[in-house]
Ligand binder design. Structure first.
Ligand SMILES: NC(=O)c1ccc[n+]([C@@H]2O[C@H](COP(=O)([O-])OP(=O)(O)OC[C@H]3O[C@@H](n4cnc5c(N)ncnc54)[C@H](OP(=O)(O)O)[C@@H]3O)[C@@H](O)[C@H]2O)c1
Length: 342
């Protein structure tokens, strides 16, 4: 990365669980995170704790405060969910500021709304808007895109996730509770509501997970796939144990297991694509679905800023980046890819 780059990056929702990992990752990569959010006291507490000197209080209800917060930054990373509430005003603010925008949405609807409502304006401004650049969303889309490789189309795309446990954060719980939109899958090449009850099946994951019962719980990855991969069907699954965890009000929030704040929670996420009698698969294993979102988001931001992004407008991860190269860049430090090469 050239040293004359503007290295100031606005992180909205900086003091949230995911925002903290993102701020730390930016620092580690030599960027200057600007801590942004609506709660002055929490921002100041974080600034004191992390010795940050660039802090802005801003609210999605106050466009002028957002404009002041983004002034002089090269990009906006939105880590504040529910994204049904924050996406639209923050993409609008990024467009006014003329800077790139990336977020970590797991919900499908704000991602689809971004494609529908913001693509033309972002294209005209030459700005990249990359929604759902996170564990749920961008990672599954990158794996599916890399698994497709030279196929122009597929009969099916499936993405499955296994977690040893899902310890949800407060933000995950609030987002889940407010996300009342019907979940969508792709059938006959179109987005349709997922069947009720959701389709269930067994999925063979690598150890330590082994074969797990999974249920169709599509998240933002299906919204991304729908925008750039040609497939007759696409769905996404989550292991049933994690589904029970996240639905149980008593499941505790994640607990740091090391100095970086990462929990001990582990994951596998796998994409399988089929065309005729041929099948391909690509998976990734790692630790802590919240923590791993930081290298995914920051890698995407760096590729947008240094020109390794295909065009402008609202972009799915797999359409924006060379998927195999992107995944390889995060291995093995943040992800372990299987089987073999990406
Ligand atoms: N796709 C993925 O894989 C993935 C991964 C990680 C996180 N996420 C998503 O990211 C979001 C945050 O998760 P988290 O674990 O970081 O939760 P968290 O620790 O509860 O943090 C949420 C952050 O968002 C801010 N926020 C929420 N609503 C806001 C609003 N209307 N205006 C301004 N700020 C607002 C909160 O600020 P206040 O405290 O002031 O409310 C806080 O800073 C959730 O939607 C979660 O689903 C997705």
């Amino acid at each position: 990365m050239p040293s004359n780059f503007n290295r100031a990056i606005a992180v909205f929702g900086a003091y949230g669980h995911t925002g903290r990992f993102v701020v730390e990752r930016l620092r580690m990569r030599g960027w200057r995170p600007r801590l942004c959010g609506r709660d002055a006291a929490r921002l100041q507490a974080m600034a004191g704790h992390t010795h940050a000197d660039d802090v802005r209080v801003a609210s999605i209800a106050d466009a002028a405060s957002l404009d002041a917060a983004l002034a002089g930054c090269a990009a906006l990373l939105n880590c504040a969910g529910p994204f049904g509430e924050t996406c639209e005003p923050l993409i609008a603010a990024a467009l006014r500021a003329g800077i790139h925008y990336l977020d970590t949405a797991a919900e499908q609807q704000p991602v689809l709304a971004a494609f529908e409502r913001c693509d033309a304006a972002a294209n005209e401004a030459g700005i990249a808007v990359v929604p759902a650049m996170a564990f749920y969303g961008g990672l599954g889309d990158l794996l599916a895109t890399a698994a497709m490789d030279d196929w122009a189309q597929a009969d099916s795309v499936e993405i499955a996730v296994a977690l040893d446990r899902w310890h949800p954060t407060a933000g995950t719980r609030i987002t889940g509770a407010r996300n009342t939109a019907k979940r969508l899958v792709i059938e006959d090449g179109r987005l349709v509501e997922v069947a009720d009850p959701a389709a269930s099946r067994d999925w063979a994951f690598p150890e330590p997970f082994g074969t797990q019962a999974v249920a169709a719980v599509p998240m933002s990855e299906i919204a991304l796939v729908s925008r750039h991969l040609r497939t007759r069907t696409a769905t996404a699954y989550l292991d049933r144990g994690s589904l029970r965890d996240v639905r149980d009000a008593d499941t505790p929030a994640p607990v740091a297991a090391d100095a970086s704040g990462r929990s001990a929670q582990v994951f596998a996420i796998e994409a399988r694509v089929r065309r005729g009698g041929d099948a391909r698969r690509l998976g990734a294993c790692g630790r802590d679905i919240y923590a791993v979102t930081a290298p995914l988001l920051v890698e995407a931001m760096e590729r947008v800023l240094d020109g390794r992004c295909r065009g402008s407008g609202v972009l799915a991860a797999g359409a924006a980046f060379d998927a195999a190269d992107f995944l390889q860049a995060l291995a093995p430090e943040s992800l372990r890819l299987y089987p073999g090469e990406a």
